[in-house]
Design a protein around this ligand. Structure first.
Ligand SMILES: [Zn+2]
Ligand SMILES: [Zn+2]
Length: 813
């Protein structure tokens, strides 16, 4: 009989690198399709898998049957499978986990074990025949049964599994497997429609007749909607169904992530530069893969270029993917796209509920929309045929996902365009070094927007040397006379001011006034930041908090001096200096509530805010037409990071924040305060000239053999035990060197740096070490790391030490 079975290729949502063959029983065969999830037996568990191929040929014997098919319709099209496989390969990540990561959350079913006490177990307690540990376990279970994995936490120590198995064998405890998850179900709504033929309605009441009349013009309508037109509809529909006039049924409803109604708009008149950019890209639409870098100064109208190209792509019958770095920006971009394209836009980002994301996902998979817009995870939008992928603010570091599948959505956008024969369009006022290098290498075509729209001038930027303020006291240390004057002037004209400091909190460097110890986090090797509003010291890395009244941990003195500056302090000082001004702050602390960013932006637009103080959140592409002065409180914060991209990040941040000035009718000014007025990053930001920045920076990268001249993989090693973590790092380092010296190819191509302790040696109680692998190309690195991982999997899959393989790392500290 087994000969007649159909075999499928399944990616399992577990950390395994292979795919597996399963058989589909005849009863489930009609429902099997590529892109659907299946429930499968795997070792001793039941897990979720994804169908990658059907009618799979195999010589294997004893193939297991799948248990169930979990979806009515595919979650992704077959066209995406090569993309998933590419990602699994490149980022060295199990393909099932890649797919799990790509799909909207809340979909995965997994099973877990619960344990409980049996009658025999209770007797064992009474008879006092259990050992001390056994007694502890049984006593815990007497109170309640719980998940096996919670045992260690409840017991406050590790228990050997062998002990549990033996207790189970003696019949003292019972273990059960349970299924969890997969709870996101489509939202259904009640709808009504007219029955045909409809019985006569002369004798119906006025209200009932109204309902019938409405249904005569609309084929069907939701009961919710009907209620707004006939308030008593709720109690009338049942009787109308009984008399055979209407039918009531359930219909799939989409959870709407959009707020207010949006007025339609039309294409704007393009500047000659915009026109050239649009026509160049439009000409290549539908003619296979090509990549463009749109380098447009701040305020040059990149969004209008995106929208006109999207419209052209749709006319050619292709779908469009638009990536935007941050949720805050998505709501603005969403508005503009919705105003232009109406209902055919889907939005994907982490701000949506699991249910909303699931709905948006299905709308894309079903091709009910033409445009998908979202943050980095939107690169996985399940369009079967993409014509154009736009990556706005392509330099932005939030395209890099840290944790789990460590991918860069900007890079994946280009890969996906290549695999789909589509156009990739990367846009930025401050392109990344990598992308501009690709222009120079003729991999990307450069498009320029050198002028702002409506001939608005770029802001005039003045550098102020903070070293002159070093001896000053109080606010004068960071609000220089130039900045104070500028603010006074702008406010007196009724204009708005933006103050930028890339650090939140009140004081970032609290120090004991008696013994000089810094107030540090309990779990990390990093200073705590005082947050005055919440009366607490907070750790920005692990979330640890401590009462602001705490004494010094070394000498117990209560004389803590609050050094270091944060946005909260700037806000407080400015409120003292300008008591009549409306002041608001925009950083992670003030924007945690849903909708708070939109509210801040609205208040700014309405003129309710005179001075906005913010972190890098304010730098990202926002359009504030009445801001005429931008004050950069201290430009140097990111300059001294131990990271080869520190100069690039600083330039991008400063040029972007400066670009917020003068986007309306009044020209803008920027006052840039710095301790390094001669640094090339600062000077290039003043001149808003990324090409001059590139020229200097690329020289350094070449001299030091950093990307884009080399590729890197970072091994991030961390563990709770200091000694063990260090030793593990050494073992891995030795392993790397052994593999390297045994192979001429690796000796020539791969460079191994480390292991070294990370520059933040401890975060969230984990000790951190790093090994950096460098090579001229990605291929040798991939070969090398695979060779090491395959042979020595135990060092990568260790219970006590976590080893993460970060391909093209961003967060190097
Ligand atoms: Zn002290
Ligand atoms: Zn911490």
């Amino acid at each position: 009989m087994t000969d007649n079975l159909t075999y499928i290729d399944v990616a399992v949502a577990l950390p395994v690198y292979n795919t597996y063959t399963y058989a589909v029983p005849g009863s489930l065969l009609p429902f099997a399709a590529v892109g659907k999830r299946v429930l499968i037996p795997f070792k001793r568990r039941k897990v979720t898998g994804y169908i990658l191929d059907i009618n799979y040929k195999t010589d294997l014997k004893e193939i297991k049957l799948i248990l169930d098919i979990l979806d009515d319709e595919p979650l992704f099209p077959p066209a995406m499978i090569p993309f998933f496989i590419w990602i699994a390969d490149y980022y060295i990540h199990p393909v099932g986990e890649v797919i799990k990561c790509a799909l909207p959350g809340g979909l995965n079913i997994y099973d877990y074990i619960t344990i409980s006490i049996s009658k025999k177990g209770k007797k064992a307690l009474e008879k006092k025949i259990a050992t001390t540990v056994e007694k502890e376990i049984l006593n815990l279970l007497k109170e309640e049964s719980f998940r096996l994995r919670d045992l260690g936490r409840k017991l406050k120590k590790e228990t050997p599994m062998a002990l549990l198995y033996s207790m189970k064998d003696r019949g003292w405890i019972i273990s059960k497997r349970k299924l969890k998850g997969g709870r996101t179900r489509p939202l259904m709504e009640r709808y009504v429609s007219l029955k045909t033929p409809c019985p006569p309605c002369e004798r119906l009441s006025v209200q009932r007749k109204m309902i019938v009349d409405i249904l005569k013009t609309e084929s069907d309508i939701s009961v919710k909607n009907l209620k707004t037109r006939v308030p008593s509809a709720l109690r009338l529909i049942k009787p109308l169904e009984k008399t055979g006039h209407i039918s009531i049924f359930q219909k799939r409803a989409y959870r709407d992530p959009f707020g207010d109604a949006i007025e339609a708009d039309e294409s704007l008149h393009l500047t000659p530069e915009q026109k050239t950019a649009v026509s160049k890209v439009a000409d290549s639409l539908g003619k296979g893969y090509a990549a463009y870098l749109l380098a447009g100064v701040t305020g040059s109208g990149k969004t209008e270029v995106y929208m006109q190209l999207a419209s052209k792509a749709i006319k050619k019958g292709c779908c469009v993917l638009v990536l935007i770095p941050e949720i805050a920006l998505i709501s603005q971009m969403e508005r503009r796209f919705r105003a232009r394209f109406g209902e055919c836009v889907a939005v994907l980002h982490s701000g949506l509920s699991a249910g909303e994301r699931y709905d948006q996902w299905l709308r894309i998979a079903r091709k009910e929309v033409k445009i998908a817009l979202g943050a980095r995870s939107a690169v996985f939008s399940p369009f079967p045929d993409i014509g154009l992928i736009i990556v706005d603010e392509e330099h932005d570091t939030s395209y890099k996902q840290e944790g789990n599948l460590r991918y860069n959505a900007r890079d994946l956008a280009v890969v996906r365009a290549k695999l789909n024969g589509a156009i990739a369009l990367l846009g930025s006022a401050t392109p990344s070094i990598e992308s501009y290098y690709n222009v120079k290498a003729e991999k990307y075509t450069e498009l320029n927007l050198k002028n702002r729209v409506e001939k608005r001038p770029l802001p005039e930027i003045k550098i102020v040397d903070l070293r002159k303020s070093r001896g000053k006291r109080g606010f004068r240390r960071f609000i220089t006379p130039e900045l104070y004057e500028g603010m006074n002037q702008a406010l007196s004209h009724g204009e708005q001011v933006l103050l930028f400091l890339n650090r939140r909190g009140f004081a970032s460097y609290p120090v004991c006034g008696i013994c000089g110890e810094a107030v540090k986090c309990k779990n990390c090797d990093i200073s705590l930041t005082l947050h005055r509003k919440s009366n607490a010291y907070k750790c920005h890395y692990c979330g640890f908090t401590m009462a602001s009244a705490s004494n010094c941990r070394s000498c117990d003195s209560n004389k803590i001096i609050q050094l270091g500056l944060g946005t909260e302090k700037v806000e407080a000082v400015v409120a003292d200096l300008f008591p009549d001004a409306g002041i608001k702050r925009m950083d992670r602390d003030t924007t945690t509530r849903k909708g708070s960013i939109v509210k801040l932006l609205k208040d700014l637009k309405k003129g309710n805010i005179d001075i906005l103080v913010g972190t890098q959140m304010v730098t990202k592409g926002h359009d504030f037409p009445n801001i005429t002065l931008v004050g950069i409180i201290c430009a140097d914060l990111s300059l001294n990071f131990p990271d080869f991209r520190a100069g690039e990040r600083t330039f991008q941040l400063l040029a972007q924040v400066a670009g917020r000035a003068g986007r309306g009718d009044i020209p803008g000014r920027v006052i840039l305060q710095t301790y390094n007025p001669d640094h090339y990053s600062i000077i290039a930001a003043r001149d808003q000239d990324f090409k001059s920045f590139y020229k200097t920076e690329i020289g350094f990268r070449k001299a030091l053999n950093y990307p884009p001249f080399s590729r890197m993989i970072q091994l991030k090693i961390s563990g709770k035990d200091k000694k063990m973590t260090g030793q593990h790092a050494q073992i891995l380092g030795d392993l790397c060197r052994t593999v390297q010296v045994s192979n001429q190819y690796f000796l020539k191509t791969v460079q191994i740096l480390g292991p070294i302790e990370a520059s933040i040696p401890r975060i969230a109680r984990r000790y951190r070490w790093q090994i950096l692998l460098k090579s001229m190309g990605a291929k040798p690195l991939h070969k090398f790391i695979r060779k090491i991982m395959l042979k020595n999997n135990v060092y990568f899959n260790n219970r006590y030490i976590k080893v993460v393989v970060d391909v093209d790392p961003f967060f190097m500290m």
